[in-house]
Design a protein around this ligand. Structure first.
Ligand code: FES
Ligand SMILES: [Fe+2]
Length: 351
């Protein structure tokens, strides 16, 4: 397979194999997803010492903890025989393994282990939860499971400015929805990366946005799609829709008084899990409450439309008939950027 870089004027989509073969799924995880910044929590979920948020990151259990000093993420994996420290988000002064009850301090040091005093050479000082590189941007907590090619600040540069007038610190986590979608994670990402499908797949959303003014800008590590909101048609009021796709699988969808994040995680080559987190202003008024209800209904409708088309595309890609077609230079620059990142990883894998 040829993974040479392609310029946009001649770019073709990726071959079907990368969406169906296990080999590429493994490369995606090792060379794209693990060495990158992954969104796992928000500070509004970690207000007090002992608050923790658990997350299944593409099958890897992790736990983010407010230790009192810092926000730290660990593998949610006990150093005895691999049990979990917590099943779900919560609060506790110590982290007690759910298997045999080993107790860890919030900073990951082992505090005590039932009945292990009978073991001659056992010393709690030799056991510690495994830390994961953790960093924070605008109250959003990110982790990197392997060293990424950029700092979190370099990844996200200028997004705060572009998302004006959004004040990120005004928002708190409100709700999580999860969807299992029967398509490769890259199919779902690529569908997000273009507004080309708006008139055909999302009549409701298309009525809300101004398709003619819909634009895509590229930054080094993210793409930014934006459009004015047509006030007459909408539940969001006047303003702008900002859609940020941050390398390699995180989305920030910002509308007036609402931030929604999406994370797309592979499950198998032909299945992914998409996490939707909703954030609203900390001060909840009657108007915001109404927005929350209508926003969820509207988002679910758009999501169902995306799921239907992505699952159909996956079948098309797996049919044995597909040959990569040319990308639309006007509307698919974000896809081109993403596919260039993917090609870079596949070149690396070949070496
Ligand atoms: S696996 Fe955690 S106490 Fe045994
Ligand atoms: Fe869509």
């Amino acid at each position: 397979m040829n993974w040479s870089s392609q310029i946009i004027t001649h770019a073709h989509a990726l071959p079907a194999a990368v969406y169906v073969d296990t080999t590429y799924d493994l490369i995606d995880k090792q060379l794209i997803l693990k060495p990158s910044w992954q969104l796992v929590a928000h500070l509004s979920q970690l207000n007090t010492t002992g608050d923790h948020v658990v997350c299944d990151w593409a099958g890897i259990p992790v736990i983010t903890v407010n230790t009192g000093d810092v926000i730290q993420t660990f593998y949610n994996v006990c150093q005895h025989r691999g049990g979990p420290l917590a099943w779900k988000n919560g609060h506790s002064k110590i982290l007690m393994c759910k298997y045999h009850g080993w107790n860890y301090h919030l900073d990951g040091r082992l505090k005590s282990a039932p009945e292990m005093q009978h073991n001659k050479n056992f010393n709690v000082c030799n056991h510690h939860l495994t830390k994961i590189n953790t960093d924070i941007w605008q109250n959003f907590v990110f982790i990197a499971l392997a060293p990424p090619p950029m700092t979190l600040a370099e990844l996200i540069t200028d997004i705060t400015k572009l998302a004006t007038p959004t004040t990120f610190s005004d928002f708190a986590f409100y709700r999580r929805d999860e969807f299992v979608v029967n398509c490769n994670w890259k199919v779902y990402v690529e569908n997000y990366l273009e507004g080309y499908h708006l008139p055909h797949v999302h009549p409701g959303l298309n009525a809300l946005l101004d398709y003619k003014s819909y634009q895509t800008q590229l930054n080094q590590w993210y793409s930014y799609q934006f459009s004015p909101i047509d006030v007459a048609g909408g539940i969001y009021g006047e303003g702008q829709a900002h859609y940020f796709f941050i390398y390699p699988n995180t989305m920030f969808n910002i509308l007036p008084n609402r931030i929604q994040t999406n994370q797309v995680l592979p499950v198998t080559p032909d299945q992914c899990r998409v996490i939707f987190d909703y954030y609203y202003p900390k001060q909840i008024t009657a108007d915001i409450e109404q927005l929350m209800t209508e926003d969820r209904q509207f988002s679910d409708q758009v999501q169902q439309e995306d799921i239907t088309i992505c699952e159909a595309v996956q079948k098309g890609l797996a049919s044995g008939s597909y040959q990569p077609g040319p990308l639309c230079q006007k509307r698919e620059t974000g896809i081109h950027q993403f596919q260039e990142w993917v090609r870079t990883a596949y070149r690396q894998a070949k070496q």
